[in-house]
Design a binder for this molecule. Structure first.
Ligand SMILES: O=c1ccn([C@@H]2O[C@H](COP(=O)(O)O)[C@@H](O)[C@H]2O)c(=O)[nH]1
Length: 274
């Protein structure tokens, strides 16, 4: 999916919600365990229930890889089931020497047909640029993450600036607003406005609302740009909103609440509409 298609999707659905499919077989409702592929049965119900309210699905590959071949099969069925026209993210946090990064990029873009993959910047330019060679595909570079450990390296001062600022500035040189996004945690409220100033045009993938306590209002008012420029992810708050037979209805209700709040911010902040 290209940038214009993503921007149009956000405006049409009045949403910048990304539903995170962090599906843990230990946490799904027990009645699904009799299915041949319980993880897919859960994801299918969640996708059916939430697709009207979101513009993206993020599959955190750890939840699938941990189950070996069966997990990869669940991932394949899930990505095949996501309706075309919805943006897809492989949250895999890859990055290695160039020829290895190329194989990671082929895995997620060619084999599994994701629109985007999250990439760790630690190994530098040659580990990131292989992800930028695919038409209408995106690398999503970890900028300032939502977890406590972001203090350990990302918030370390190197000369005049924090390490995460170096990553944002380098990322802007390596990619463009058409093929590179940044991960910016919703929990980093003190830095959001500053980061948007540093990177005015790129999309941000924003995890950390819901279970991690980040504020949708803060991220929206401080980091939205004229194209919206945000994909705000919630995983546990949506997919585990309920745990009974009607878990999908609970997920739908929470996804709709996020979408309605987002529609309000879009009306206030993004002037142009389709
Ligand atoms: O900085 C980051 C980067 C990635 N994540 C991932 O996003 C989701 C968040 O899940 P919630 O249940 O909504 O807290 C999960 O897949 C993380 O691995 C992040 O949280 N922070």
């Amino acid at each position: 999916m290209n940038r214009q298609e993503l921007v149009n999707l956000i405006k049409e659905k009045q949403s910048y919600l990304c539903v995170g499919l962090d599906t843990d077989i230990q946490k799904i409702p027990k009645h699904l365990l009799s299915h041949a592929d319980p993880v897919f049965a859960f994801n299918k119900a969640i996708i059916d229930a939430t697709k009207d309210f979101c513009v993206a699905y993020k599959i955190n590959t750890a939840f699938y890889e941990s189950m070996g071949i069966r997990g990869w099969e669940s991932l394949q069925r899930t990505i095949d089931y996501i309706p075309s026209g919805i943006f897809t993210i492989a949250d895999a946090k890859r990055g290695d020497i160039g020829n290895t990064s190329t194989q990671y990029a082929k895995t997620f873009f060619d084999t599994y047909k994701f629109d985007s993959v999250t990439v760790a910047p630690y190994m530098g330019k040659d580990s990131v640029t292989p992800f930028l060679q695919f038409s209408e595909k995106w690398a999503i570079l970890l900028g300032l993450t939502s977890n406590e450990g972001s203090q350990d390296f990302q918030m370390q001062q190197i000369g005049e600036e924090f390490l995460f600022e170096k990553v944002l500035k380098a990322g802007k040189e390596w990619g463009t607003p058409d093929n590179l996004m940044f991960v910016v945690g919703a929990t980093q409220s003190s830095q959001l406005a500053y980061i948007r100033k540093l990177v005015p045009d790129h999309f941000f993938l924003v995890p950390g609302v819901g279970a991690q306590g980040g504020s949708l209002e803060e991220i929206s008012t401080q980091a939205m740009n004229k194209d919206c420029g945000l994909l705000v992810n919630a995983s546990r708050a949506i997919i585990y909103a309920g745990n009974g037979e009607d878990f999908a209805a609970d997920a739908r209700r929470v996804a709709q609440q996020y979408q309605q709040e987002m529609a309000g911010y879009l009306r206030r902040i993004v002037v142009e509409t389709v």
